[in-house]
Design a protein around this ligand. Structure first.
Ligand code: ATP
Ligand code: MG
Length: 384
């Protein structure tokens, strides 16, 4: 009896003519996610099948495929020769301890002498003689056991469908850059874009020595978690110290955060262009803080000339964001208590509804172009 894993695609079914390129991307991503493990991957009947796996690797494979975007669900299955006695034995391990069940048989092998209903009846009878307390319920069984009789002389039996991450295969929607802080929100924003098929890179601004190396390490650790969902993650670490110092020195205090955001965006846009990204993503959510009002977002956006800015969390409550952060495994890391650069020289009363012309004239005290160029001249690239 060989253990195999049946994988089902998600939304790529909807993609019409493009479907083949989506499928190819998904296959590449599955193979990448399973790097280091021995297996064969075959397409079967609108699904994929992971075969020839060592028993010891099954758990590892399960936990990795759950994270591959574009997969809808998987099932652990048994692959057996199509021999009724063997199937009768094989199906026992899928039976519940009590309650009702049904066998749902699909017979692709039309040469097999029994039809699907007859096979289901044979297996049902075997199950009942093994455990007479069980009941067959064809309409709403507590457990449905699927038996797929293939043409090549073997049959797959599986029961539970475990949900995978869903979404679109990473790579199908191009590349994007996320402004990645060490907070709760931006890793969730990155996750949501990756889930829509975008391969994310990240830019993090740190203010060493005002922020500690631990604060940077925290972001590296978050990027590592994100990399497990998309097969790698490139993180650009940019020093913001001089920029922050100059804003603090030369600009009105209440505009500090607004101007910081504008400069972060300009740097992100340049990096995006340099590395082939088609968009910028942030973890902003409407009204969460002063820099996340319509007016603040307007003055932040006006610094980005050539790319769309995505804010996938804009309409989400903090509680909803936290629930996702927990689900994807970033929450515990995000709440580690290290200072972010935004908390250095924090103004007491940041402007909530900045006026574009006032922001522009406040910012005119800086040589923005050379600050941006200096910051970009010393970018640390960390590949995870
Ligand atoms: P987060 O939890 O993502 O830090 P937040 O609620 O703390 O978000 P802000 O501090 O206002 O909100 O940041 C808004 C967004 O700006 C962040 O989601 C992130 O995309 C970006 N950002 C903030 N600080 C940094 C930083 N140091 N480096 C890179 N991006 C940052
Ligand atoms: Mg933050």
């Amino acid at each position: 009896m060989e253990k195999v894993i049946v994988l089902r695609f998600g939304e790529i079914y909807l993609k019409g003519k493009n479907r083949f390129s989506f499928e190819k991307q998904l296959l590449d991503n599955i193979k990448f996610a399973l790097k280091g493990i021995k297996f064969n991957l075959n397409r079967m009947h609108g699904r994929y099948l992971i075969e020839n796996i060592a028993d010891d690797d099954v758990f590892d494979i399960e936990s990795r495929v759950k994270k591959v975007f574009g997969l809808h669900s998987y099932s652990l299955a048994l692959k057996l020769p199509t021999d009724l006695d063997v199937l009768k034995k094989g199906c026992l391990s899928f039976l519940p301890q009590s309650g009702s069940f049904r066998f749902t048989v699909n017979r692709a092998d039309k040469k097999y002498p029994l039809n699907s209903q007859q096979i289901a009846m044979e297996l049902g009878a075997a199950a009942l003689s093994y455990n007479p307390k069980l009941k067959v319920d064809l309409f709403s069984p507590e457990k449905e056991i699927f038996v797929d009789v293939r043409e090549e002389g073997h049959t797959f039996i599986f029961a539970d469908k475990v949900l995978c991450a869903g979404g679109m295969p990473v790579g199908c929607s191009g590349k994007g850059i996320v402004l990645l802080s060490g907070g709760i929100d931006s890793p969730v924003a990155a996750y949501r874009m990756a889930k829509r098929g975008m391969k994310m890179m990240g830019v993090h601004f740190h203010s060493f020595p005002y922020t500690s190396p631990m604060a940077k390490q925290k972001v590296v650790d978050l990027a590592k978690i994100l990399s497990s969902y998309q097969g790698g993650f490139d993180l650009f670490v940019v020093s913001f110290t001089e920029i922050q110092r100059q804003i603090h020195e030369k600009c009105p205090e209440e505009y500090m955060i607004t101007i910081m955001r504008r400069i972060m965006m300009r740097i992100a846009e340049r990096l995006a262009k340099q590395y082939g990204c088609g968009s910028i993503t942030t973890g902003e959510s409407l009204a969460q803080v002063a820099s996340q009002t319509q007016e603040s977002i307007l003055v932040t956006n006006e610094t980005v000339q050539t790319l769309p800015v995505f804010r996938p969390l804009i309409g989400m409550d903090k509680e909803e964001i936290i629930a996702t952060a927990r689900e994807i495994g970033t929450f515990d890391k995000s709440i580690e208590p290290y200072e972010d650069c935004c908390t250095v020289f924090l103004p007491k009363y940041p402007v909530i509804k900045p006026k574009p012309d006032l922001v522009r004239s406040a910012e005119a005290a800086l040589d923005v172009e050379s600050l941006v160029a200096d910051a970009l001249s010393d970018v640390e690239v960390i590949k995870l």
